[in-house]
Structures are given as C-alpha cells and as structure tokens.
Design a protein around this ligand. Structure first.
Ligand code: X5A
Ligand code: ZN
Length: 618
C-alpha cells in the first residue's frame, strides 16, 4: 500500500498574468502558487512528497468536457495582441487571457490528470496539485471566474473512464459556487458534487438562483448535487466542521466513492478579500483529515481560488502536512456553528432527506424565512490584509509546536509481537504516561459495558462516553458523561457512521480533549472496522495523543489498532451501506438535544435548534 503523497507544481504556470487594469481579475496572480510553493519548502514539505512533473493535457482530454469550438478560441489567444486578448476575455464573465494562458491551462489540467494517475495507479496514496489557472467555474464552452478548463470535472470523467470507477465524490470547499462542475454533473448520479459557498441569498457572485440549497440535481442525478449556501460572511472553523459532520460526511460515507477530488479553493480561509470568512489554516488540516477516511483514502486535492497570499500559503501547507500523515494541530476558535450556518445546514439537510438512507428517520424542517433574509450583510468591507498577515504570523507559531509522537504497544510478557508494525515500540509493562498526568481534558471512550462511576468526575477534566448494547439502569446526569446505545446485530461498520459523524465527533470536537483513551471491553457492541475508523478520526483531535486499551483476547484488533495509531492506514471496506434504525436515530437525537447547549457542534439535530426556540419564547 502506497504511503506517500504527491505534489504537482511547475513554475511555468506563473508565466501568465492579467495585462490590463481590472480590479476583479487582478487578484488571480502568479504569486499565488509561487508563494504557496515557497511556504511548502519552508515547512520542509516539498522533499517529503513525491514530486510529479506536469504535462500538457491533450486535445482529446480537454474535449472530454469542452467543445472543440471553445478549444479553438482558447488556442487562438496564443498569438493575440493585448487588445485582441481583452476583447476575447470580455466575451466571458470574469475572465482574462494572456498569450501563455493556453499553455498554462494545458499544464494545469495535465498536472491534475498526473495526480489522478498517480493516486489511481497506487504510486501514492494522495496528493495536491498546486496549479493555475483554476477550473471549477469553467463551462464546456466558456471561460468564467478566472477558469479556462474545468480541471476537476475533466479529471472526474477521465478517472471514471480510464479506471472504470463507479462513483466519484467532488468536494468543493472554495468559497465560490463551482457552477461549472454543477452544470456538468447535474444529471449524473455517479458524481456526487458538494459545494459550500458564500451566497447571501443570491447577492454574491456568481449570483445564481441555482446555487441555493434547493438545487439538488436533475433526472437520475437528483439528490447528487449538494449546495450549502452561506448567507453571511464571517463563517469560521466551527461552521465548516459542523457542515462536514452534519451534511457532507454522512452522505459521503453512504455514497462510498472510489475516488475523492477536492476543488480546493482557499478563498474560504481567513483574510481572503473574496470570501470574507474566518476559517484559520489548521481548519483545512481537519477538513483534509476527515476526507482522507472517505472511500478508500484516494484523495486528490486540486487548487482553485485563494487570494490572500499568506493565508493561502499557510492553508496549502497545512493541507499537505496532513496528507503526509502528520498529527493535526488543534482546531482553534469556538466550536459552535453560528445561527445562520445552522439555518443553511438545516435547509440543505431537509431537501436531501428524501434521497439518502442516512437521513431516513430525521425530522428536518425547512426554514422558509432565514434570519438573514433581507438584511444586508454588513461586514467590515475588508479586514486589512496586513492585519491578517500579522495575525497569521502569531497564529502559526502558536499552533505549530512540535510534539514528537511515537506509538508504543504494551503487552503482557511473552505475547506475540511479530505482527505489529515495525515503527511501534513494544513494552512489557504499563506506562503511567506523563501525558496522562499533564492532560487537562481527557476524553474516555468506553466500548462495551463499563461502570460509568469508575471514571466519572464532574470537574470537566474527564468526559466519559460509553458505547454499549444496553443503557445502564442507573444514570448519573452530567455534562461530562453520556451513553450511546449501539447494537451489534445492526451489522458491522455500516450504520455506525451515523453515530460517529452526527454525535461522537461533534461531541469530541466540542469538548476539545488533550488526550483520548479508548477502552474496548470483551462485550463490545460495535465492529472492528468501526473501532478503527473511530480511533483514526479521533486522532485528529488531541494532536494524535490516543491511548487504546484492548483485551488480550483480541490480537487482531490489537494489531489493526497499532497500525492505525502508528499512522499506517489500511483500506477499510465497510461493505454495502446499511442505514441506522429509527430507534437508534431517535435515541441519538434525544441524547444530542439534551447535550447541545453545552456541546454546540451537536446542534443541527431534528427540528429547530434551541437558540431559535429560545428566541421564539422570549
Ligand atoms: C476560482 C475562483 C473567483 C472568481 C470571482 C469573480 N474564481 N468575481 O475563485
Ligand atoms: Zn473561489
């Protein structure tokens, strides 16, 4: 199994630029990728990646999506003078051509296809293409929004044909709606397209009615186009992570793609003059980490927008660092979605509920009159770019402290160690780790029947989450304790996704532990793969500090867990999707509703969030 990460970059893609005055287009400049590449060098990430050369996409590849007539137009720009270039550019919306545009667009697309080939052939596990021009706005016969060829859309069709793939997931975290990708795949159920975007009820570019949450695809593709419009600026880490937990991830795991492509625009990050959002660079580590678990880990991250140079460069670096398997920095900021984000999430969930088994038993209500409707979103026009530079300078220092991490496996004397990964240290006694003593907040996840009184404290220093077949008869009510009833006979691996994404992870991210202890009892009620997935995802919290305690009677689980803890992922096939039962969903909802005031990422359950109920009664 390939363990490496590919990086696609070529300086030649800096060889085109805007040749006349145009404030709208000026932000898409060559420095975007050269400075990002410098940042990757600065963090020592370039040499850790497999560096892939770019190549020109062939005409045949370009015309997988684009019309021959449009290809001829783009080709003809090579020999134009500035006046002709300007005239041609004006035929399209927010587009500009340079004599080198055609060459760079071919390299940009070719580079994307190189990445797809490296991932699909198994040469690498995942990778990032640092390219320009971007692609997601481009239409079959139109340049749009700085995009010439639709890199990700071509890549999806190319991969489907060449590798005979059944399903591809495209995650578009750029802050603009990738209307090009939406148009191309709107009636295609083999490509699930997810996009969040600044929308403000249609007042933000590209101002399309069909970017709203209720555009869900057409014909056979109905239900396979997921729009999550942001109706306010200033969305932060808590909003993005809530969108992943409550919208994207449950659907992505049900969809079970063979390949994940990310239209990775970093204009959704802090300081960006287009997005005006507040997500900090490490947020992209977490988004990346979560997506690394979808399908079989085949993940291609392809640059789209991103116009604040420092923010872009830091976010790109955090993405690559995560692709390489480094421990994640803690996600900063308040782990609570804002009210407007909750409304958007709820509406998107509502319109998709009829099409997805994982939402079969959800009670979702449509919010017809979002609180932001008719309001002009008054945001401080632009946060000063240099203020953001300063902020990022400090912020990155704070989050990038190095924690030397290794994995230790403690076994009873004489136990068989031959099947453990070689980078795991084996010890024969219990280690009262310094990390445990020093930890401020410990999340204990007990799988199987456990006596909650054993480890229960109510001082906030420990949180006890028990996943077992039966609810305990005697129950202590506490903000730091909860029970999740989950039954083995519901089958291995399938329906547990629901509990994982909609409950366990939101809770864990809200609590923000420094250390996670997972204990597995003999009478566990969830499957081996469930435990592995849970462990791997929880590693994204607590900078990777996870301690697992497994009964000696489970050598296979021990071996597999050691692999996960040591960062040697293996592909996990969960088999056909089985939806959660109605009982489980209702049970989980009750639990979530009782805890959402304290652990705010749990909001988004069922009906109206408590905030609204409060505002209605007052
Ligand atoms: C790729 C991308 C944005 C175009 C904005 C035009 N394009 N106002 O981020
Ligand atoms: Zn964008």
């Amino acid at each position: 199994m390939a363990s490496s990460t590919a990086l696609v970059y070529d300086e030649e893609m800096t060889s085109y630029k805007l040749l006349w005055d145009n404030a709208e287009c000026a932000i898409e400049n060559p420095e975007r990728i050269s400075i990002s590449y410098k940042s990757l060098q600065h963090y020592g990430l370039v040499e850790r990646c497999l560096q892939l050369p770019v190549r020109e996409a062939t005409e045949e590849e370009i015309t997988i999506i684009h019309s021959p007539e449009y290809l001829e137009v783009v080709k003809s720009t090579q020999t134009m003078d500035v006046e002709e270039l300007r005239k041609t550019s004006e035929k399209y919306i927010a587009a500009f051509f340079h004599p080198n545009s055609y060459r760079c667009a071919k390299l940009s697309l070719g580079g994307t296809l190189q990445l797809v080939d490296a991932v699909m052939s198994g040469d690498v596990r995942n990778g990032l293409a640092l390219i320009r021009p971007p692609g997601h706005h481009s239409q079959p016969s139109e340049s749009n929004g700085f995009c010439v060829f639709n890199n990700v859309a071509v890549a999806a069709k190319y991969a489907k044909t060449k590798y005979n793939l059944q399903r591809i997931l495209i995650v578009d975290w750029d802050i603009h709606h990738g209307q090009g990708i939406q148009n191309i795949f709107e009636d295609d159920p083999s490509v699930l397209y997810f996009s969040w975007h600044r929308y403000e009820h249609g007042s933000f570019w590209p101002n399309l009615r069909e970017s709203d949450y209720d555009f869900i695809g057409k014909g056979k593709g109905t239900g396979y186009n997921i729009n999550l419009p942001w109706n306010q600026t200033g969305m932060s880490n808590g909003d993005y992570i809530a969108a992943f937990f409550h919208v994207l991830l449950p659907l992505a795991f049900e969809f079970n793609p063979d390949l994940v492509l990310v239209s990775a625009g970093y204009d959704s990050g802090i300081g960006d003059p287009e997005g005006c959002m507040h997500a900090t660079p490490e947020c992209f580590s977490h988004l990346t980490h979560l997506l690394m678990h979808v399908g079989n880990g085949k993940l291609c991250v392809v640059l789209e927008g991103g116009y604040h140079l420092r923010s872009l460069a830091e976010s790109v670096s955090m993405t690559v660092k995560t692709l390489l398997g480094d421990p994640l920095p803690r996600l900063s900021g308040e782990m609570a979605p804002c009210f407007s984000a909750l409304e958007s999430i709820q509406n998107t969930r509502h319109v998709h509920a009829p099409y997805w088994k994982c939402m079969l038993h959800d009670e979702t209500r449509l919010i017809q009159e979002p609180s932001t409707k008719g309001l002009s979103t008054a945001y401080p026009s632009h946060t000063d770019a240099s203020t953001v530079d300063e902020f990022l300078e400090n912020h990155m220092k704070k989050i990038l402290y190095a924690i030397p991490l290794s994995t230790t496996c403690v076994l009873s004397p004489g136990a068989d160690t031959s099947r453990l990964p070689t980078n795991v240290q084996v010890e024969e006694c219990t280690v009262p780790s310094e990390q445990i003593k020093g930890a401020i907040r410990v999340l204990c996840v007990g799988i199987g029947d456990l006596d909650p009184k054993l480890s229960s404290t109510n001082d906030g220093k420990t949180f006890m989450l028990i996943i077992s077949e039966d609810k305990p008869s005697e129950r202590v009510h506490s903000d730091y304790q909860c029970f999740l009833q989950w039954n083995e006979n519901l089958g291995e691996g399938s329906s547990f996704f629901y509990a994982l994404f909609r409950f366990i992870l939101p809770l864990a991210y809200s609590y923000q532990p420094d250390l996670i202890i997972i204990t597995v009892e003999n009478n566990r009620s969830i499957g081996t793969k469930d435990i592995l997935l849970l462990t791997s995802l929880l590693q994204g919290l607590s900078q990777g500090a996870v301690l697992s305690i497994v009964p000696e009677s489970e050598p296979e689980l021990t071996e597999a867990l050691c692999n996960v803890l040591a960062g040697c992922h293996s592909t996990m096939d969960f088999g056909p999707y089985k939806p959660p039962t109605e009982e489980c969903v209702h049970d989980l909802k009750d639990e979530a509703v009782s805890m959402e005031k304290e652990w705010k990422l749990l909001q988004c359950f069922g009906g109206l969030p408590y905030l609204l109920e409060e505002s209605l009664t007052s």
